[in-house]
Design a protein around this ligand. Structure first.
Ligand code: B12
Ligand code: SF4
Length: 592
């Protein structure tokens, strides 16, 4: 009888890419068969049931930071059931020693070669790392194994693929720099175009495929590869695709040519990160050096070519405050992308951001308190005045923006408490360069609340005129007024100062019409309380109807819960009708 392995990953609306390829590898190894279990929320019972019924010889976990504690408990439980465990994935890559307490093997970095060795019985325990692993060829994925067990994932018209591994940039909050360092430097590993064509063909033969999402950190970085890809993809696959790039790739003539190639190949949309509308935060905190006008120029180039655009940003980063977050909103409002996607910073240990938050006493935890989501309240202690006090200290040092990360001031300076919430900022020699103040509990709580409230409303706000001002007004609503109805009143009042009443009334009429109602008077309560929220979405009436049908504003929900749910729903709606245009839909009412 064949030996058996169960691969376990987190259930997510996006297919578990790493697992698909690893399952493909298992299929190539003689004498082994594989099952995949995707864990919904933290319910590991289906996994335990599979272990009891199917009696695997090994269970392999893919673990990400943020869900590691729950996953570790499951690893321990599986081992107690007598089955050896292998842990791989990002948490194993960056926290291998911690993982080793819960596994028989830990695979740091690429898993293809390592898993093959484990299954062939030639891998010593416990931690394994192959510096050359990132060059391992991708096996053809076994999608069937996942799509059969989770038909809704297979039924999705969007499938994810990977064309390259690697990123040369050095954003502080990201693990890509640590990945490069452990491998001895940056190297882009490209998959041959032939392999991608074959993979896409295999999908087309068996499952729906309206769009491919290339999950690469930076798609199309290598121009020569892109030239070949553009020709062959269009001719041999002909399926539109969405990809992720850095704004730097849009610059100069070579950037123009790259975007033209994207378009020719069938690229219909691009996601890219802006992260902040504040230059100091971009340059010195996030290590993403790019002037605001170049950001706007790059985004324009993409949209001028008819591609949809999703910008990404992070709120509540170290040295941010409500004003810098509102500047991020203002920048997005000027760019006017198809969709904005906004998260709250998670300060991962082992990244440069982990060092910065620790240097300044903004975070003392060990990541066990991190949520596995990117939309939760900030867990940082923030300084008073945002960048106000630190910016002059840093600028005075005169370190060029182009200096490598290890020479950047925020990695070298430290804050030393002198009294209460006052801290001296000292250099490596301990010399004092200035002072910063931490917010007190109340002030910090207020900022964390403001940033998460802004995050929840970022999508509609970015589409409204004078967004920054409106954002400020909404955040200034008192606790009593912070209700869906109060937010709606503020939005309507703001729009009334800029848009003729007749136009606002027309919009509400069209919204009612899109909801198949004969007049605005018939709009159900949550929609009537804030109709202009929905007027900025394509197919806004459909979104409003969904909100009603799913009881998003039912009295049993708090405002925070309702807005959280509405935020998720709004993002999904925009993916469908805006970013990917999987189905043609009506333009937003506010635009017509
Ligand atoms: C696509 C992607 C997503 C997709 C997920 C798609 C999916 N379901 O797979 C989405 C958008 C949902 C996502 C979300 C998040 N992501 Co993400 N994401 C990625 C990205 C860009 C690609 C991952 C991928 O598929 N790689 C390709 C496959 C082949 O590689 P892989 O999965 O790593 O698997 C390889 C090895 O790790 C190993 N391996 C993996 N599992 C196993 C298991 C076993 C048993 C073995 C032996 C080996 C093994 O073998 C594989 C082949 O080499 C990576 C960055 C990157 N370039 O890898 C970030 C990355 C994985 N994400 C990251 C983060 C932080 C997140 C978030 C937590 C963000 C946040 N702040 O909240 C959320 C988590 C959401 C959640 N709750 O699940 C970090 C992870 C850091 C960490 N320490 O965990 C990464 C590394 C980004 C970064 N550079 O910092 N992400
Ligand atoms: S560009 Fe993306 S993948 Fe590269 S370092 Fe920055 S966040 Fe990480």
């Amino acid at each position: 009888m064949d030996k058996r392995i169960v691969l376990v990953a987190r259930y997510y609306s996006i297919e578990p890419l790493g697992i698909l390829y690893l399952a493909g590898l298992v299929r190539q190894i003689k004498g082994w068969e594989c099952k995949v279990v995707l864990v919904n929320e933290f319910d590991f019972e289906p996994l335990y049931q599979t272990v009891r019924d199917w009696k695997p010889d090994i269970v392999g976990f893919q673990i990400w930071t943020g869900y590691h504690l729950q996953a570790f408990r499951a690893c321990d439980a599986v081992r107690l059931m007598g089955v050896p465990v292998v842990i791989g994935g990002p948490h194993a890559t960056y926290f291998d020693k911690e993982c080793a307490h819960h596994a028989d093997w830990v695979v740091k970095g690429s898993g293809f070669g390592a898993l093959a060795k484990i299954l062939q019985g030639s891998m010593p325990r416990v931690i394994h790392f192959d510096k050359k692993g990132r060059e391992d060829p991708f096996p053809p994925p076994d999608r069937d194994i996942v799509y059969r067990a989770y038909p809704e994932i297979g039924a999705s018209p969007i499938k994810s693929m990977f064309a390259s591994v690697g990123c040369p940039f050095t954003c502080t909050y990201c693990y890509a720099p640590a990945f490069n360092e452990m491998h001895g430097g940056f190297k882009l590993t490209m998959r041959p175009v032939e392999g991608l064509i074959n993979e896409a063909r295999a999908i087309q033969e068996h499952w729906p495929l309206q769009m491919v999402y290339f999950q690469d950190d930076i798609f199309g970085y290598d121009r020569k590869w892109l030239e070949e890809f553009a020709q062959r993809w269009k001719r041999e696959i002909g399926v539109p695709f969405h990809c992720q790039i850095r704004l730097e790739l849009t610059r100069h003539d070579v950037g123009d040519r790259r975007l033209d190639l994207f378009r020719e190949a069938g690229c219909t949309g691009i996601s890219l990160a802006i992260e902040s509308g504040n230059a100091f935060l971009r340059d010195r905190v996030l290590f993403r050096h790019m002037p605001g006008h170049l950001i706007e120029e790059g985004c324009k180039k993409i949209m001028d070519r008819g591609m949809t655009l999703r910008t990404e940003q992070i709120l509540a980063v170290p040295f941010s405050n409500t004003e810098t977050d509102l500047a991020t909103l203002a920048l997005n409002s000027r760019i006017n992308p198809t969709m904005v996607w906004t998260s709250i910073l998670a300060p991962y240990g082992g990244t440069d951001m982990g060092t910065i938050v620790s240097n300044f006493g903004f975070y003392t935890g060990n990541n066990d308190d991190l949520s596995e989501k990117f939309f939760d309240r900030s867990i940082l202690r923030h300084p008073a005045g945002g960048p106000r006090d630190i910016e002059p200290i840093v600028e005075k040092l005169g370190v060029p923006l182009s200096a490598p990360p290890h020479k950047q001031p925020l990695l070298l300076l430290r804050a030393v408490r002198v009294a209460g919430s006052i801290f001296d900022v000292v250099d490596e020699k301990g010399d004092k360069l200035g002072t910063i103040e931490h917010l007190d509990d109340r002030g910090n709580d207020r900022y964390c609340t403001d940033s998460v409230r802004l995050q929840r409303l970022f999508i509609p706000l970015a589409k409204m005129p004078n967004a920054e001002e409106l954002g400020r007004k909404i955040l200034n609503l008192g606790e009593e007024e912070w209700k869906w109805e109060g937010i709606g009143r503020e939005i309507t009042a703001h729009l009334s100062t800029m848009i003729p009443e007749t136009e606002l009334q027309r919009r509400v009429h069209v919204l009612a019409d899109e909801m198949h109602l004969s007049s605005p008077e018939e709009l159900p309560e949550p929609i009537a309380q804030n109709p202009h929220y929905f007027c900025v979405f394509p197919e806004g009436g459909k979104l409003a109807q969904k909100v009603v049908d799913e009881g998003v504003f039912s009295p049993s929900h708090s405002t925070a819960e309702s807005l959280d749910e509405l935020g998720t729903m709004s993002r999904r709606h925009l993916f469908h009708y805006g970013l990917y245009r999987i189905e043609a839909g009506r333009e937003p009412i506010a635009r017509s």
